[in-house]
Ligand binder design. Structure first.
Ligand code: SF4
Length: 372
């Protein structure tokens, strides 16, 4: 049963030096939105019980609201609980937010990245800290109750004092959700290139740990629950859409480079926009890569997403966890989750667990593993 729809809007006004998402420097076209609708029609035979819709990118806030109006007319929103649009702070004005709200959009996620001018410059962002504060205020005034922001930490030379300054600003904002991402020099990005050549000095592991734990504690004291490695929410405002990803529920991704998870298959669309367009216009699903997840591969995949969250895995799994890794787990009710220290070593722990997969009970009782 497909519970979530993701639409990828791959257009940006410029390319940020750290970004590895598929995006092109161009204005969004009405034609592209039409292709998304056509692509959705290619999946009519699937069972849908839609709860969430997410527009990510790229920069969905480059789409004029009059185009959204037309697009939303083609969607059946019955039963949908959460509709998110990712926005850059500089794009929409108050009247746009009011229109989005009237269309049924009830969650906005702003790519704030930092409230310090020097950090925004380094990250190649076009907005100012003042604009971010203004836009959050405008959205709140327009009636949005669910407002999320992204921030990036672990910048070269960033001090804990800098981070504290940001958190002090966040304290007074009417936001319900925050994603804090560690700056990562991905391949095929400008920062990735600089890092490979030794021209980008990132903070030490100790400093990253200090920042991560500081964020976790400080945001917690402000009423934000650290419910996933990089995500914090006020009670009841966890991102329902992303929780589908992290709990192995089915979702359909539409648009250039979008990923889906349906019937234990992960499949990804063409990253090339022309190839995507050609396939959709021919009435062919624009899938470029796919992987059928069975047996151990399915469990590996599940562990990777589940361990990211505070919900973790079933406590019945304890006996299958090697002694050497147990110190990184904590029991909470019937669940077994990674501690904060465990989250910092998530990849290593996951790798250690996958070596034990043959001992896991997936043959006899898959529920032990997959049931939340
Ligand atoms: S970070 Fe956002 S705005 Fe910047 S290039 Fe990537 S998708 Fe576009």
């Amino acid at each position: 049963m497909v519970e979530g729809l993701y639409f990828h809007i791959p257009f940006c006004s410029s390319k940020c030096p750290y970004c590895d998402f598929v995006s092109f420097v161009s204005d969004p076209s009405e034609e592209y939105l039409e292709l998304l609708k056509l692509e959705l029609n290619l999946y009519q035979e699937l069972d849908f019980n839609l709860k969430t819709i997410y527009f990510g990118g790229g920069t969905p806030s480059l789409v004029p609201t009059k185009l959204w109006k037309k697009f939303f007319r083609s969607l059946d929103l019955k039963g949908v609980q959460e509709i998110t649009i990712e926005c850059n702070p500089e794009d929409y004005e108050e009247k746009d937010f009011q229109e989005l709200l009237s269309l049924g959009v009830n969650r906005l996620s702003f790519g704030v990245q930092s409230f310090l001018e020097k950090n925004l410059k380094f990250l190649g962002r076009k907005h100012s800290p003042k604009r971010s504060l203004q836009v959050i205020e405008q959205t709140h005034r327009s009636g949005f109750k669910n407002i999320s922001i992204d921030i990036i930490y672990g910048l070269p030379n960033q001090s804990l004092k800098d981070l504290k300054e940001e958190i002090n600003i966040i304290k007074d904002l009417p936001i319900t959700h925050l994603s804090a991402y560690l700056l990562t020099p991905y391949e095929d990005t400008l920062f990735g290139e600089l890092w490979k050549k030794g021209n980008l000095e990132l903070p030490s592991d100790e400093k990253v740990e200090e920042m991560f734990l500081y964020l976790s504690e400080e945001l917690n004291s402000m009423g934000f629950d650290h419910y996933e490695i990089s995500n914090f929410a006020k009670e009841g405002y966890e991102c329902k859409h992303n929780l589908l990803y992290w709990t192995h529920r089915e979702f359909l991704g539409l648009g250039v480079s979008a990923w889906s998870f349906v019937n234990k298959r992960r499949f990804g669309n063409y990253r090339n926009i022309q190839a995507y367009k050609k396939a959709v216009l021919k009435g062919i699903r624009p899938v470029e890569r796919e992987e059928v997840l069975e047996g151990e591969d399915l469990i590996k995949d599940y562990l990777f997403v589940a361990l990211r969250t505070k919900y973790g895995i079933s406590k019945q799994m304890l006996k299958f966890i090697p002694e050497s890794l147990r110190e990184f787990f904590v029991e909470e009710g019937k669940r077994l989750r990674l501690s904060k220290k465990g989250w910092l070593l998530m990849n290593e722990i996951w790798w250690g667990l996958t070596k034990q997969l043959s001992t896991f009970p997936h043959q006899t009782n898959g529920d032990i593993i997959f049931k939340l």
